[in-house]
Ligand binder design. Structure first.
Ligand code: CTP
Length: 403
C-alpha cells in the first residue's frame, strides 16, 4: 500500500478516455490512496457521476456554484486538501484553460487555486495534440511546474487514427503519481547531512568540567526534521539527557576536539548544520588526578586555550558541504553579529537567536530566531523548537530545489 494515507484529487475531463478513469480510481485505492473525484460537464457525458462515486466511495464534485458542494468543502479547500492533483484524462480544452489561468468551472478553478503538485495525463486526437496551440500550452504548463505523463502512441477509439494522443495506462499513472508524492515528501532524499548538537564538556580533572546550558533540543530536532525530509543524517551530539532521534545515526562525544574529529570523519556531505554550543575554550592541561583543595592556598588557576571552531573548519574545508549553516547565540546586536559570522565562519546561513537570560531559549522548549543569508534576513515568530527545525529543514530543501 505505497499510497496509504495519500489524498488524491482526481479531475476527470471530457473525453472517451474517461472510461479508463474508473480503472484508475480502483488502482489508486488498491494502493491505499483516498480518491476524491471531480468531473467536468464534458466528463459526465462519457461516464456517470454515479459510477465514479461508487468506485471512489466519495462524493463526486461537479459544480462550481453548487450550494451543497460549497458548504461541504468549497473549491479552495478542494484545491488544497490533497497531496496531489491528477488530471486524467486532460483534454486540450482543460489544458488551454490551465495555461491561461481561466477559471470558469470547478475543475479549472481548483487547478488555479491549488498549491499542490499537479500531474496531467492528456488524451486527445493526435491532431489536437500536435497542433501548435496545444503544444504551446503544454510548454507553458511544463514551465509552470506541471507534471505530465503521456500521451502514448496508439489508435484512437473514435476515428481509428493512429498517433500520439492515447491516455497512459492507469498503472503507469499510479506509478508516476507515487514517484511524485515520494519526491515531494522527501526532497532531501540522497543528500547527506551532518548536524552537531548539545554542549561540549571540557574536562578540568577526572570529576570536573566546563560546560554550558545547551540541552541539545534544537539540534536533535533539526537532525530529525532533515531525516524526515529524506536526508541521510549523522548527528554528532555532546552530552545531553534527551534520547537519540529516530532515523538518524548519532555519534556521542564529550569534548570539542572529539566533536570536530567526528564531524570531519563524516565528510563529505551536502549539508552541515552546526547547532552545538561548543565550548570556546578548554583547559590547557587536564589534571590526571582530582585537584585537591590545599589549606591556606588560593585555588589552582585554570589556564584556558581556544578550542577548534568546528563550523569555521567545515566552512573553509576542501570538502565543504554545499550548504553550511551555523547558529549564533547572541545577547546584543543579533543581526549585525550574525551577518559577520557568515563571512568569518564561511557559512551560507546563520540562525541567530537572542539568548539573553530573559528569553529562556537556552534549555527551553521554544525558540525565536532570525535566519540570515547573503540574500537577507527572515524573522520567524516565536515557536516550539520542533517547528523551527521543520521550517529550517524546509528552507534547506528549497535551497537545494533552486540551486
Ligand atoms: N561553533 C563551532 N565550534 C566552536 C564554536 C562555535 O562549531 N568552537 C559553531 C556553533 O555550533 C554555532 C556557531 O559556531 O553554529 C556559533 O559561533 P560562535 O563563534 O561560538 O558564536 P556565539 O556563541 O554565537 O558567540 P561569540 O561570537 O561571542 O563567540
Amino acid at each position: 500500500m505505497i499510497l496509504k494515507n495519500k489524498r488524491i484529487l482526481l479531475i476527470i475531463a471530457g473525453g472517451i478516455a474517461a472510461y479508463k478513469s474508473l480503472d484508475l480510481i480502483r488502482r489508486f485505492r488498491e494502493q491505499g490512496a483516498d480518491v476524491r473525484p471531480l468531473m467536468t460537464a464534458g466528463a459526465q457525458q462519457f461516464v456517470t457521476p454515479l459510477a465514479v462515486g461508487a468506485l471512489s466511495a466519495s462524493h463526486v464534485y461537479t459544480d462550481l456554484f453548487s450550494r451543497e458542494d460549497e458548504q461541504d468543502v468549497g473549491h479552495i479547500r478542494l484545491a488544497r486538501d490533497c497531496d496531489l492533483i491528477v488530471v486524467a484524462p486532460a483534454t486540450a480544452d482543460l489544458m488551454a484553460k490551465m495555461a491561461h489561468g481561466l477559471a470558469d468551472d470547478l475543475a479549472s478553478t481548483v487547478l488555479l487555486a491549488t498549491d499542490k503538485p499537479v500531474l496531467v495525463a492528456p488524451a486527445m486526437n493526435p491532431k489536437m495534440w500536435s497542433t501548435k496551440a496545444t503544444q504551446r500550452n503544454v510548454a507553458t504548463l511544463k514551465a509552470d511546474g506541471i507534471h505530465f505523463i503521456g500521451p502514448e502512441r496508439g489508435e484512437m477509439a473514435e476515428s481509428g487514427e493512429a498517433g500520439l494522443g492515447r491516455m497512459s495506462e492507469p498503472m503507469q499513472i499510479v506509478e508516476t503519481a507515487t514517484l511524485l508524492l515520494d519526491g515531494h515528501a522527501k526532497p532531501l532524499l540522497g543528500r547527506k547531512a551532518i548536524v552537531t548538537s548539545g554542549p561540549t564538556h571540557e574536562p578540568i580533572d577526572p570529576v570536573r568540567y566546563i560546560a554550558n546550558r545547551s540541552s541539545g533540543k534544537q539540534g536533535h530536532a533539526i537532525a530529525a526534521a532533515l531525516a524526515a525530509l529524506g536526508a541521510d543524517v549523522t548527528l554528532v551530539s555532546g552530552p545531553v539527557t534527551i534520547p537519540d532521534p529516530l532515523g538518524v545515526r548519532t555519534i556521542h562525544v564529550e569534548r570539542a576536539e572529539e566533536m570536530r574529529d567526528a564531524v570531519l570523519a563524516a565528510l563529505p556531505a551536502d549539508i552541515a548544520v552546526m547547532v552545538a554550543a561548543v565550548a570556546d575554550w578548554r583547559v590547557e592541561a587536564q589534571a590526571g588526578e582530582k585537584i585537591k583543595k590545599q589549606a591556606g592556598e588560593p585555588p589552582a588557576p585554570l589556564h584556558l586555550i581556544e578550542n577548534p571552531d568546528i563550523l569555521k573548519t567545515v566552512g573553509h574545508h576542501a570538502m565543504r558541504p554545499k550548504l553550511v549553516c551555523g547558529f549564533a547565540a547572541e545577547t546584543q546586536s543579533v543581526i549585525e553579529n550574525a551577518r559577520k559570522k557568515l563571512d568569518t565562519k564561511g557559512a551560507d546561513m546563520i540562525v541567530a537567536n537572542d539568548v539573553s537570560a530573559e528569553t529562556g531559549i537556552m534549555g527551553g522548549e521554544r525558540n525565536s530566531v532570525r535566519v540570515i543569508t547573503r540574500d537577507g534576513v527572515d524573522v520567524w515568530p516565536d515557536m516550539p523548537k520542533g517547528e523551527v527545525a521543520e521550517k529550517l529543514a524546509e528552507k534547506i530543501a528549497s535551497y537545494f530545489a533552486t540551486s
